[in-house]
Design a protein around this ligand. Sequence first.
Ligand SMILES: Cc1ncc(COP(=O)(O)O)c(C=O)c1O
Length: 389
Amino acid sequence: MTSQTKPIDFKSANQMRTFQKHESEVRGYCRSFPTLFDTAKGCIMTDVNGVEYLDFLSGAGSLNYGHNDPDMKAGLLEYLQKDGIGHSLDMHSVAKARFIDVFTRVILKPRGLEYRMQFTGPTGTNSVEAAIKLARKITGRKQIIAFTNGFHGVTQGALACTGNTHHRSPTASTLCGVDRYPYDGYLGEGVDTTAYLEKMLNDKSSGQDAPAAILVEGVQGEGGLNPASASWLKNLAKVAKGAGALLILDDIQAGVGRAGRFFSFEEAGIQPDMVCLSKSLSGMGLPFAVTLIRPDLDFWKPGEHNGTFRGNNHAFITASVAIEKYWANPAFQQGIEQRAKVVTESLQRMLKNSPTVAVELRGKGMMQGIALHSGDLADEVVAACFKHH
Ligand SMILES: Cc1ncc(COP(=O)(O)O)c(C=O)c1O
């Protein structure tokens, strides 16, 4: 065997060289967690040397149920074993029919929601692109209203709606068609920023063109765990309606129970015109996204917005198991509330015990954290947690 064909010794000290030599500089999370992960179960990830790590990252909100849930795994293995269809473009499959049935019956109907499902390309940004494109098609308008600290993905349209300079800067000059307004809380407590937006939209001399859509997260994840209040979301829905703009709720990170309920907007009692879901929807970390569309707004022509990987049959299976196993059981919802309380209480204790480094508690439900005085300090905490597993 020549050295070129020699298999990598995964346990050697040089294991990281493979990535450094062959993988693009764009790699990110692996720089904070420099080991070679091999297996994972529940909230524990194990590396090749058998070291176990408590997984706080959770696939950036893609693993709400933990790693390798035994029932989802069994469902998927059974499907693979019977040669269940893996790839079928957007053709009908039994797996897709099962997901549509389960999602409608367990998630939408009990919440009084009615949506058509557009299975987009498999990542969150695909769902956002579909939603903003459809809003522009329906309204004939170009502008999208997005918010400070919003994160919606890194493809061109979604990136234009994203606030973060680090992500925007490589193509910032080409990002267009978006007007940015202050999110809830951005101007301090007690300021309802929807009033400013409403004024701008109603003033024919404000310079604000009529928007096709207002795109918003119920809880901002990447932007710093900022929850919008129920009253702010309610007001926003009214402002959107008044302006003839469609309300697109990006629930890609805060949805599927992360913010407490299945949808982050449930407490506000609103029905967004479109909802973007991905991340934890598959239940098992498989790539899968959907754009939910109010039925009367489904203006698409056949194939007008397409993609090779629309709907992932394996994810249809695991998502159906996840919804049936967890969401069909009302005790699960209560369990999230109880667990969120435990998180709040322990974070409050940490906050109290670390006044020199910690600023405030942020977030909602299972999406909570402590804001520190600086990003550098946060990096130090991440490194210390990683070191101590
Ligand atoms: C709210 C929100 N929208 C969209 C996206 C983009 O999803 P993806 O990275 O799967 O394209 C993310 C990713 O973090 C997100 O948090």
